[in-house]
Design a protein around this ligand. Structure first.
Ligand code: JHZ
Ligand code: ZN
Length: 445
């Protein structure tokens, strides 16, 4: 019999005791939290299913987003055990070619701005398959990765990136310190939002970071989430949705301070934040005060802003269902492009299943020949697109829209169309003739 902690045991067999409910804010600990966005109960985004798994009951966890009145952090309070989420992981950064370029540029920026720090020791928290450390190492940095996903760490090590297979913590930081000395650079991309041990991680950064060291991280940005109606980026892996308000508070609590910030377009819009020990040895860039001002102008510190945002996802659900159902009635074949984590929020929240979408293609080998959690759509190798070409493609990985549309130019050339689901469902290239909701089948336009 498999034990409940067996890493190969799929998530849905795990008892609900592996889901806990927080009562306080992840950053400031305050109790005044108001729920504003209700996306139902969903299966965990990256828990792709085998054919056999389809017969079993899936674990579904509430996906409700709360606002903290004290530090303005938006966050989930229903927390899924991190070991279940991350120790065996389906997400490999290098499966998305546009990300390779992003991280190469990122590495170049770090080496240009902080060469001495990078060469002393660069530690990356949640280094995944080494997508950032590889170009850093190739350009002369001394690197060390830390990531809890053993299957992903194997890939990083094969690329020559020394990686510790563990969750980063203050305890691990002390171990690294003893073995490697202080880190000139500590990098953390798409991980601060993912952890319920946030304070312990930042305490570790504080201990490990050299006096002149720099802590650089990327997080998806709450302004982009709201502006572009990226509600699908809400899933259990993402506990926090950051703006500068709570980040400033968090770092300050641990004696760290932000000196620069820039907006980057990854993952639907993120911020790259540069911080160091307080008092700062680095000049504070104007970008910081400008972004703080923008956050205030956009009302990121007011519940009303989030309540207003929460009215938009139901409209997407309605419009997308109408569109897909109309297409189906007209005999059109629809496939999905990319099986990203966010796609599983979109599909589940909008109740889109195999009745509407025939299959989804994805470049990640571990996702292929599996089914989407909650909605059970088959995921297949990208070659299927040419073998069984659909009329429409629902672009679940919409954050790579430009690159994908360019890559699949042949599809548009033969009359195929992409559906981009957010901010509101749109067809590309734009359809001039409107599809009627009933009536005769139309020819491909
Ligand atoms: P992508 C992940 O989110 C998970 P996801 C995580 N929680 C997080 O925070 C963000 O990243 C940052 C495929 N693909 O990057 C590859 C193609 O098939 O949008 C991926 O499976 N063909 C850590 O999962 C998926 O789409 C292609 O041409 O939402 C994209 O996943 C391309 C470009 C991608 O992240
Ligand atoms: Zn708070």
């Amino acid at each position: 019999m498999r034990s409940q902690n067996d890493l190969n045991s799929p998530l849905r067999h795990i008892a609900p005791r592996f889901v806990k409910k927080r009562a306080t804010c992840m950053v400031c600990g305050d109790k005044k939290l108001t729920p504003f966005l209700f996306l139902g109960k969903t299966a965990v985004a990256n828990s792709f299913l085998t054919k056999r798994d389809l017969l079993k009951r899936e674990l579904k966890v509430p996906l409700t987003v709360y606002y903290c009145h004290a530090c303005h952090l938006i966050q989930l309070l229903d927390i899924v055990d991190r070991k279940l989420l991350f120790e065996k992981y389906a997400y490999f950064c290098s499966a998305s070619t546009p990300l390779l370029r992003h991280f190469q540029n990122y590495a170049e920026e770090l080496l240009k701005r902080f060469p001495a720090q990078a060469k002393k020791l660069t530690v990356e928290i949640a280094s995944n398959d080494g997508i950032l450390l590889k170009p850093l190492k190739e350009r002369g940095a001394r690197v060390l990765g830390v990531d809890p996903a053993r299957n992903v760490v194997q890939i990083a090590r094969r690329k020559g990136i020394p990686t510790i297979a563990d969750f980063f913590s203050a305890k691990l930081a002390r171990k690294i310190l003893r073995k490697y000395g202080k880190a000139g650079l500590i990098v953390a991309n798409n991980v601060l939002a993912h952890t319920d041990t946030l304070h312990d991680i930042i305490a570790g950064v504080k201990e490990l970071l050299d006096e002149k060291g720099v802590f650089v991280f990327e997080v998806q940005y709450a302004i982009d989430l709201l502006d572009s109606n990226e509600f699908d980026n809400t899933y259990h892996e993402h506990i926090c949705y950051f703006s500068l308000f709570p980040l400033t508070y968090l770092l300050k609590k641990h004696g760290l301070e932000i000196f620069d910030v820039k907006r980057v377009d990854t993952q639907g819009g993120s911020i790259r934040v540069f911080a160091s020990h307080s008092p700062l040895r680095f000049p504070v860039k104007k970008s910081l005060s400008l972004l703080r001002l923008l956050e205030h102008k956009k009302g990121m510190d007011r519940l009303a802003t989030y309540r207003k945002f929460a009215k938009r996802p139901p409209l997407v659900k309605h419009m997308l269902n109408q569109l897909l159902q109309t297409l189906k009635k007209h005999g059109k074949k629809i496939a999905g492009y990319g099986a990203p984590a966010k796609g599983n929020t979109l599909l589940q929240y909008c109740s889109i299943g195999p009745g509407l979408i025939d299959y989804i293609i994805d470049t990640t080998p571990v996702k292929q020949n599996k089914f989407t959690p909650g909605t059970h759509i088959p995921i297949v190798h990208p070659s299927m697109l040419k073998k069984s070409t659909p009329d429409y493609i629902l672009l679940l990985a919409w954050n790579y829209a430009d690159a994908i549309i360019q890559k699949e130019e042949w599809f548009s050339k033969q009359g195929g169309k992409f559906i981009i689901p957010v901010p509101k469902p749109a067809i590309h290239p734009v359809t001039t003739r409107k599809l009627r909701h009933s009536g005769q089948r139309k020819k491909k336009s």
